[in-house]
Write a protein that binds this ligand. Structure first.
Ligand SMILES: [Cu+2]
Length: 464
């Protein structure tokens, strides 16, 4: 066996267990949790360290995932084509007069392996490690992968909606189906016991739609707030073509902090201790320059009413407002706060850290911090999914919830608290695993018990 890739997530071929025979030597085995509760066995060569195969406990009697390495006899299976990532690895000479195509993985061991690879991509039911279900931080993605994501978001914006524009005038695209669904359930899914699980499923539905409807081959990225103290210099918001677009045009009147300062006392969020962000208006550059969003803005006080506003789905086109705010990230969504969140002893404290609720002595939790730090649209409790960074922000939150759950499976995996309405309104029921949450046209209603683990049921993903 020759040295393969040197990465834990190299290409594997799924082979029936009994079809593999090791003819020489005895592999060493390393057993570890993959970070999401699944036990993974990895076998490798005790002399050279090369990976040989891996498998999860769930399929140990059935399959082995064999790591694809270089062949001892390359002439036995001449390559029929090449697939590689953003660019060809410099140490690999091109295969002359064959087809060459940038792709997600590098394969040059013969056509039969390409066929196996396509089988692996469709064989996700066993929830084994797979490049497609690893969610990466934006900064970890290659430039081409970042653009794959923004192109897929744009594709959703270009596709026709499922909801009727006649009944929902603001719904003009498939992307708007998602925004409208969030608006519709805002008064149940925020500051409530369903918040974490509803958003886990919601962002997964977008990830699925990007793949199924827009040919996206990646996974949903996330935004690690603490990693980028200077937002405008970060790969997320530097305004380049590989970012999610950057700051908005300077326009204080559209900044959420300035809005709160200009509102009568008691009518706006208590965020006036922060300085306003650096933008306010339309994003100036990057892939979402010129983007038009169709809903809102909603008023802060609308969160306290019994029903969503009557004009919630009206067509109100405007550009993508942003106002980046490093002070908010630095003081609210920083590493110390992330560490404190992960050390939360119970779900009550975990929710308190994410949303500064029910004890409102702190202004914002980590969740609110990420929203406020991006500007008016992201800080809109109803219509925030209209900003494409929403999905990455909630990816980070889902990641932290997953990590926290996994650190104590017995007491945290199914921990829930709070009622099924915003701010736990009086006489509304406490959520349980049997509580059913709705997703409108996006999916059928789901009991919370099916949304508690990223490695169970329909889900199969983990975070880098
Ligand atoms: Cu939300």
């Amino acid at each position: 066996m020759q040295k393969a890739f040197g990465t834990n997530y190299g290409l594997t071929a799924k082979i029936p267990k009994d079809a593999i025979h090791i003819t020489k030597g005895i592999p060493k085995e390393y057993v570890a949790d993959n970070g999401s509760g699944a036990t993974i066995h990895r076998e490798f060569c005790p002399q050279c360290g090369s990976f040989i195969l891996e498998y999860g406990d769930a399929v140990k009697t059935q399959f082995r995932y064999v790591c694809v390495g270089s062949l001892d006899d390359p002439d036995a299976l001449p390559p029929k084509g090449e697939f590689f990532c953003n660019s060809r690895a410099p140490w690999m000479p091109a295969v002359p007069s064959k087809s060459h195509k940038p792709y997600k993985m590098y394969i040059r061991t013969g056509l039969f392996l390409l066929a196996l690879y396509s089988q692996i991509l469709t064989a996700a039911s066993s929830c084994e490690p797979d490049v497609r279900n690893l969610r990466y931080e934006w900064g970890e993605l290659g430039l081409e992968s970042r653009m794959d994501y923004t192109r897929a978001i744009q594709c959703m914006k270009d596709r026709p909606p499922v909801l009727s524009t006649k009944d929902f005038p603001g719904v003009r695209s498939r992307y708007d189906d998602f925004a409208a669904t969030h608006i519709n359930y805002t008064l149940n899914i925020h500051f409530s016991g369903t918040f974490l699980a509803w958003h886990r499923h919601y962002i997964w539905l977008l990830e699925k739609a990007l793949r199924d409807e827009c040919g996206y081959n990646g996974s949903l990225p996330y935004w690690n707030w603490a990693r980028w103290p200077d937002l405008a210099a970060s790969p997320l918001f530097d305004g380049s073509e590989t970012s999610l677009s950057g700051d908005g045009e300077p326009d204080k009147a559209l900044d959420p902090v300035q809005n709160a300062r200009d509102s009568p006392p008691g009518s706006g969020p208590r965020i006036t201790v922060f300085p306003p962000g650096t933008g306010g208006g339309c994003v100036k550059d990057g892939p979402f320059r010129g983007w038009i969003v169709n809903f809102g803005p909603f008023k802060f006080v609308d969160s306290f009413r019994d029903t969503i506003p009557p004009d919630s789905f009206d067509y109100k086109p405007h550009c993508l407002f942003r106002s980046l705010n490093n002070v908010v990230i630095d003081s609210v969504s920083n590493q110390a706060q992330v560490d404190t969140l992960l050390a939360a002893p119970d779900i009550i404290e975990f929710r308190q850290m994410t949303d500064a609720f029910p004890d409102a002595s702190k202004l914002l939790g980590l969740h609110g911090g990420g929203h406020l730090a991006v500007g008016q649209i992201m800080f809109d409790a109803f219509a925030s999914p209209q900003d494409p960074v929403f999905w990455l922000h909630h990816g980070m939150l889902d990641r932290l919830w997953s990590m926290w759950q996994h650190a104590d499976e017995g007491s945290r995996r199914n921990a829930l608290n709070g009622s099924n309405t915003i701010f736990y309104r009086t006489n509304t029921p406490e959520v349980t695993l049997d509580t059913v949450v709705e997703f409108g046209v996006l999916d059928k209603p789901q009991p919370l018990r099916d949304l508690m683990s990223p490695r169970d049921g329909r889900y199969c993903y983990l975070y880098s």
